[in-house]
Design a binder for this molecule. Structure first.
Ligand SMILES: Nc1ncnc2c1ncn2[C@@H]1O[C@H](COP(=O)(O)OP(=O)(O)O)[C@@H](O)[C@H]1O
Ligand SMILES: [Mg+2]
Length: 258
């Protein structure tokens, strides 16, 4: 069953057609990769799903219910979380505090709820902090809980961002180029985590340029080119698709052989 369905989704930025009539499904419990050249519309598609941008046309369904047009914080609360292509952490907060911010989404308080409050909230704050520490341990970054993000390697900063997305226990996790800028060892670590999350039942929409990574980890691949879906299928089907080779894989292979 598809957890997320895009039904004829289009997005225009002024005169620019960033996405045109994209229809596709993200099956439950899978890693589904979204690939395509720069400017193909991958990040735009994630922003539409998360409610950062509004669709120009079409519908986005989460478990059959339309979510397009809903505010971003409501979509988060419905169980869709994301990490960004460019890491976005609060530089004046510790690692643990950055992750705790994500927990308040789950409890439905929105951003204001993350401010310290007296009295009754104390117990809950403690509970949230414990859960966040547990998550940091799972991701192997618990020793950095009290560090500032700028003291961490870039790879660890990405992991903190992931922790913040995960603390709300999302049903769907959208990861926009989570391996970009990582050293090879860090990529391995990141992929192991993604694989482990799938094992725990999280549905993952994964944007990635490295084709060997995509082919290895994906259950399904969706290919965008100039805002249009040109293919959708298993890694093998995508590798063998002449249109995909023409639009994207051919280029990637040329780069790879340089
Ligand atoms: N906020 C925006 N305003 C105007 N144009 C945008 C905006 N975001 C993306 N675009 C344009 O939409 C197209 C798709 O961009 P994007 O979704 O970032 O592609 P990708 O992530 O596949 O590289 C590009 O031509 C880009 O310049
Ligand atoms: Mg992008």
């Amino acid at each position: 069953m598809d957890v997320l369905t895009l039904d004829n989704v289009s997005k225009d930025f002024g005169g620019l057609h960033a996405l045109r009539d994209v229809t596709c499904g993200i099956p439950e419990g899978t890693i589904t990769s979204l690939i395509g050249p720069n400017g193909a519309g991958k990040s735009t598609l994630t922003s539409l799903i998360c409610g950062i941008h509004k669709t120009s046309h079409g519908r986005i369904l989460l478990r059959g219910k339309a979510i397009q047009g809903l505010p971003a914080h409501v979509i988060k609360r419905l169980g869709v979380a994301r990490t960004f292509q460019i890491v976005q952490l609060f530089s004046n907060m510790t690692v643990l505090e950055n992750v705790q911010i994500g927990a308040h989404v789950k409890y439905g308080d929105g951003w204001l709820g993350a401010l310290p409050r007296p009295g009754a909230a104390d117990h809950r704050e403690k509970e949230i902090a414990d859960r966040c520490m547990e998550l940091l341990r799972f991701l192997d970054i618990d020793s950095y809980a009290d560090s500032m993000p700028s003291d961490l390697s870039f790879g660890h900063q990405r992991t903190v961002e992931l922790a913040r997305a995960l603390v709300a226990e999302p049903e769907v996790l959208i990861m926009d180029e989570p391996c970009s800028g990582l050293a090879p060892g860090e990529v391995e670590h990141q992929l192991r985590i993604i694989d482990e999350l799938r094992g725990r039942g999280v549905t993952i929409l994964f944007i990635e340029h490295n084709m060997s990574v995509v082919m290895e980890i994906s259950d399904k691949i969706i290919v965008l080119n100039y805002g249009q879906k040109i293919a959708e299928g298993s890694p093998q089907e995508i590798m063998d698709n002449p249109q995909v080779i023409e639009a994207y894989l051919g280029e990637e292979m040329k780069h790879a052989s340089r």
